[in-house]
Structure formats: structure tokens, C-alpha cells
Design a binder for this molecule. Structure first.
Ligand SMILES: [Zn+2]
Length: 209
């Protein structure tokens, strides 16, 4: 059974998610989504729970979502992100923020495409959802959707960035809303958890359809 631990950090209240298996193996495997500003807290938790981090997945490359990524990459952990996010990972803003923390630039080790990534009993179904950024992705894991800055509780991501596009985020959300086989919980990049069913009936983007 999948377990999800949320770490909130920074002035923008970013959510870092740790996915791990609930089974009591001697050494459990964990996957981080958008690790940022909580490196010590995550380390304390994984030490206590005997979890080994095996991959980092990025919903997109904006600086506020990635500030711990070089620290995990330094440990040899692979970073999975959409190739179009090199635009944001290499942006002045991200590079300067990392530099101020004494950290190197981020590399993508595995370029995400729309498919299922299998890590033992954790299966991540990647959906490319451009709009907030060109390479934004959402991750479906069992009945949970990690939506980055694409879908929020009664809201959706900004599209006024250089690679943002309102028509694309609208299309991406329509695509996401077709997931209806399960009662999906939505774990966004900021703020509180929602559900896909609730957003289908309450999200303001529907007013623009
Ligand atoms: Zn963003």
C-alpha cells in the first residue's frame, strides 16, 4: 500500500512529496516529487523509517520546486523530468537561486515521456500537461494525482511565464479530467489536497471552456 508524506517549505509554501511502500521491508524504496527546501527533514524521516530514495521526479523546473535536487543528484539519485523543462532548470532565476545556496545546476538523467515508470510496487503513470510550463507533467500513482502547478484546489497554474500558455493548460486539464475510473485525490505543488471529482465540478477553468 502506497504511503505519501508531505513536506511544506519556503516562502511559497511548496509541497515536496515522498512516496514509499507501506510494506515493512527491511529497506523500503522511496520516490521524491519536487524536492525543495526540506532536505534535512526528508533525511530525518527516511532514516527513521528505513527508506532508500531511488528516484526524483519533477513536475516542472521552476526554482521553487527544485532547490534540493542537486543534493539528491550528488548522491547518485536519478532525476526524471520532461526534456522541455531544461528551459526552466537552466533559467537565470533557477541557476542564481541554486548558486546562492552553493549548489550546481540540475541535469535531467531520464527524460520523461507519457508512459508508466515501474519501481517495484510503485508505478508512476506520467501525463504530459503543458500550459503552466511547456514540459509540465502530472503523475498518477494508484488513486493519487500529483499535479504540480497545473491543477490546484479550485484553481489552476499561472500561464504568464515565457513558456506558459492558457489554451494549453485548458487542454491539459480537460485531459486530466478524463481520468474518471477512480476517485482520484489531487496533490498539488502548493496548498491543500483536493480531489479530481471536486475539481471537475468546481474548478474555475471550466468557466473558460
Ligand atoms: Zn511553477
Amino acid at each position: 500500500m502506497l504511503k505519501i508524506k508531505t513536506f511544506v517549505s519556503g516562502m511559497l509554501s511548496n509541497n515536496t512529496y515522498l512516496l514509499f511502500s507501506g510494506t515493512s521491508k527491511p529497506r523500503r524504496k522511496g520516490i521524491l516529487i519536487d524536492p525543495t527546501g526540506c532536505f534535512d527533514a526528508v533525511n530525518n524521516f527516511i532514516d527513521k523509517e528505513s527508506i532508500e530514495i531511488i528516484a526524483v521526479f519533477l513536475t516542472h523546473g521552476h526554482f521553487d520546486h527544485v532547490l534540493d535536487v542537486p543534493k539528491w543528484q550528488n548522491r547518485g539519485i536519478k532525476v526524471f523530468a520532461h526534456p522541455k523543462e531544461m528551459f526552466n532548470l537552466n533559467s537565470n532565476r533557477t541557476v542564481q537561486m541554486l548558486k546562492a545556496l552553493g549548489l550546481p545546476n540540475i541535469l535531467i538523467n531520464e527524460e520523461l515521456t507519457e508512459k508508466k515508470y515501474v519501481f517495484d510496487d510503485i508505478i508512476i503513470d506520467v501525463i504530459h500537461t503543458p500550459g503552466h510550463t511547456e514540459g509540465s507533467c502530472c503523475f498518477v500513482v494508484e488513486d493519487n494525482i500529483f499535479s504540480g502547478d497545473t491543477l490546484f484546489f479550485k484553481s489552476f497554474g499561472r500561464t504568464d511565464f515565457p513558456d506558459g500558455d492558457f489554451d494549453k493548460i485548458k487542454k491539459s486539464l480537460i485531459k486530466l479530467f478524463t481520468y474518471s475510473d477512480l476517485d482520484y485525490k489531487v496533490y498539488p505543488g502548493h496548498e491543500e489536497v483536493s480531489s479530481l471529482y471536486f475539481e471537475k465540478t468546481h474548478n474555475p477553468i471550466l468557466m473558460y471552456f
